[in-house]
Design a protein around this ligand. Structure first.
Ligand code: AMP
Ligand code: MG
Length: 426
């Protein structure tokens, strides 16, 4: 169950900067309020790609379904071979994948077998064809085997991968191509998945103009709604874009009310920095319960999290790079939890040699945009150039974040740093 927010819990009075919340602490705080959506849909398996399983998938059958050969060769009875000498056995038939021999194999006999073919009753090993010699004689075919054949060699046993009734895939697994194949291999055509998360977002700011309208003096095009759209759509969310909302209390109140009625999650960008936060704060205090943090990170210092009505709310900073950094550091994992993903995948950190010096103050986590590359077998990383939190080009050029932890100070060229890979994760 979600517990009610208590702002005192979010206080950071025990931290070195009383107004600054460490990244990890904010993340844990947010996670304590999240539980998966409850709606479940049954869908044909192809439609389950990218969705999250809402039920355990139990294997209705043994996998493999029958004891079969891992090789092309001959199936035989080990007892027919002396331990120290080979033997010549009579080939009595064949077993192809899907066309079994169908009878028991007797003493002194062997069966030609192909990969996937059922190992006939009585046989307990398969010898690969390269290790046997065929001698044709008047009685048909005699096959000569060298000594040293081991019991069960090249035999795949029924139920060895999965026993009937065992959990093939646990609830909470994201369905990727491998899972699709595994579910299909069990003969299952439909699965229960969580319904997609409904995420509503809007931008705030009097300076923002939507594409298709001319820019007036001091105005800029709204880009945050597009990065948000991209990040959310890639996560399989149902995305509802409410456009730009002016910095006007009445308009904002209506937007928050509408958004929280339709969304599981409401995300805004802009309006949470010092100076702007005050009227947003009193508005959100009226509509729900929201904490406003200064996070000990760069970029992305201001961040708001809480509940507006029944919806989870993330108030991201307005700067375009900050929006993306805070999304990846806080919102992404939160959405995965709400989508029902368990266990939560850990974001891999890679060690790389930083080729450029970086100025950094200890006491906060910094996320520099980087380009990770391999040189002479060593992972190296360089910054993408200007790192201003408004410079989206630095995000576009990047394939990773260089993550400089709280305790780290200036980084010399040649130092080893932690890198969060963006490719394949987002
Ligand atoms: P704010 O957090 O509202 O103070 O905004 C911080 C900076 O980000 C300002 O320079 C804004 O103009 C800019 N900004 C805010 N929202 C957007 C947006 N949706 N698209 C592009 N830039 C934005
Ligand atoms: Mg603003």
């Amino acid at each position: 169950m979600n517990k009610p927010l208590t702002i005192t819990e979010a206080s950071c009075a025990d931290d070195y900067d009383p107004n600054s919340m460490p990244v990890e602490k904010a993340r844990k705080f947010i996670h304590s309020f999240l539980s998966p959506v409850t709606g479940v849909a049954r869908v044909p398996i192809r439609s389950a790609l990218g969705r999250v399983l809402a039920e355990d998938i139990l294997s209705p059958v043994d996998v493999p379904g029958h004891t079969n050969s891992a090789m092309d060769g001959w199936a035989l009875r080990c007892d027919d071979l002396a331990a120290d000498a080979g033997a010549a056995l009579t080939e009595v038939g064949s077993s192809f994948a899907g066309v079994p021999y169908g009878k028991a194999v007797g003493k002194g006999e062997c069966v030609r077998i192909f990969t996937g073919g059922v190992v006939p009753e009585g046989c307990d090993a398969v010898v690969m064809q390269e290790k046997a010699q065929v001698v044709a004689n008047s009685n048909g075919k005699s096959i000569t085997f060298a000594p040293g054949v081991k019991k069960n060699q090249n035999v795949r046993f029924a139920g060895e991968d999965l026993k009937a009734g065992a959990v093939a895939l646990a609830k909470g697994r994201t369905v990727r191509p491998a899972e699709l194949g595994l579910i299909a291999s069990l003969g299952i055509g439909e699965v229960g998945v969580y319904r997609p998360l409904r995420v509503v977002f809007f931008s705030t700011g009097d300076e923002l103009v939507s594409i298709g309208n001319p820019l007036g003096e001091g105005q800029i095009y709204d880009s945050n709604r597009y990065t948000l759209h991209g990040m959310l759509a890639r996560m399989g969310c149902e995305v509802i874009d409410m456009g730009v909302i002016r910095d006007d209390p009445a308009l904002l109140e209506k937007a928050f009310r509408d958004a929280s009625e339709i969304g599981d999650v409401v995300i805004t960008s802009g309006g949470v920095s010092v100076g702007e936060a005050d009227f947003v704060k009193s508005l959100l205090a009226k509509l729900g319960e929201v904490v406003f943090w200064k996070i000990a990170m760069k970029p992305g210092r201001p961040l708001a999290y809480g509940k507006v009505g029944k919806a989870h709310f993330f108030g991201l900073p307005g700067n375009p790079v900050s929006v993306m950094v805070t999304f990846y550091q806080f919102v992404r994992d939160a959405l995965l939890i709400l989508q029902g993903v368990t266990p939560l995948p850990t974001q891999p950190l890679l060690k790389a040699v930083c080729t450029s010096p970086i100025k950094k103050a200890p006491g906060r986590t910094e996320f520099q945009r980087g380009i990770l590359y391999l040189e002479d077998g060593v992972f190296k990383v360089r910054v993408t150039g200007e790192q201003g939190s408004g410079i989206l080009k630095s995000m576009s050029d990047a394939n990773c974040f260089i993550m400089l932890h709280d305790h780290v100070g200036n980084v010399d060229a040649g130092a080893t740093v932690d890198v969060q890979i963006l490719e394949g994760v987002v």
